[in-house]
Design a protein around this ligand. Structure first.
Ligand SMILES: *[C@@H]1O[C@H](CO)[C@@H](O)[C@H](O)[C@H]1NC(C)=O
Length: 230
């Protein structure tokens, strides 16, 4: 449909990685999340181990406030499993996905993009990430990770609604890349703790004209899910 990868890059992936399989064939429980040193905002859990590692590819949504700056009003992303890649390739895989997403025509959806990526053979979609009304307070928005329509179909509790407990500017190019986050799960059995790390893109322009329409900024990020009951 459209060219995505330089051949050299593709070849190196093809040699270095097995095809993506089911999550339970690629145990991630012993992996250590690469959090930046010298900060205490994001802290790896000691009571849970990683259960799912995926790359989210989608959009961050922003509305323009009366003061001329953008406010984040949610996101929508597909989450594709990367657990069967070597951990040393996670960041390269994230780059490949984001570069393809940035280069893709606006008519392409994230789900369609994932299917065009040669690094996946084939892709294994874990689920979707989106926002819902905060289920605890009944107002405002909460992030949700929902695997009930994809990898965990038939498991109605395979979702997680998060509450942010840590927010760190991206260690590299924080004007372009959205913050790294830690969230505690307040509803659902998919996970107990979720991290968003290795963010690519997603930041809005620094200013806007009040009254201008909502914007959708493409991003990719790694989501590391800990604990849960799946
Ligand atoms: C974010 O934007 C997408 C369209 O790009 C839309 O489908 C989704 O509902 C939006 N989410 C929120 C919370 O605004």
């Amino acid at each position: 449909m459209f060219a995505i990868l330089p051949l050299a890059l593709l070849t190196s992936f093809a040699l270095a990685t097995p095809s993506i399989k089911r999550v339970d064939e690629c145990d991630v429980s012993s992996l250590i999340i690469p959090l930046p040193s010298g900060q205490t905002t994001l802290v790896a859990p000691t009571n849970f181990t990683p259960t799912f590692i995926g790359v989210g590819v989608g959009v961050q949504n922003y509305t323009c406030g009366t003061t001329g700056t953008y406010t984040n009003v949610g996101a929508l992303a597909e989450i594709v499993d990367i657990s069967c890649f070597s951990e040393s390739l996670f960041d390269d895989v994230t780059d490949v996905i984001f570069d393809a997403w940035e280069a893709a025509p606006t008519s392409i959806t994230a789900a369609e993009l994932i299917n065009t990526l040669a690094i996946f053979d084939p892709p294994f979609v874990l689920g979707q990430h989106y926002f819902i009304t905060n289920p605890i307070t009944g107002s405002g928005l909460s992030p949700k990770w929902d695997f009930t329509s994809a990898s965990l179909k038939g498991h109605p509790d395979a979702f997680a609604v998060g509450a942010k407990v840590g927010d760190l500017p991206a260690p590299t190019d924080s004007a372009t890349n959205i913050d790294w986050l830690q969230l505690n799960v307040v509803q659902g059995d998919l996970a107990n703790v979720i991290f968003r790390i290795q963010t690519r893109g997603g930041q809005p322009p620094t200013s806007c004209t009040p009254g201008s329409p909502e914007i959708f900024i493409r991003y990719a990020a790694q989501y590391w899910l800990y604990g849960g009951s799946f």
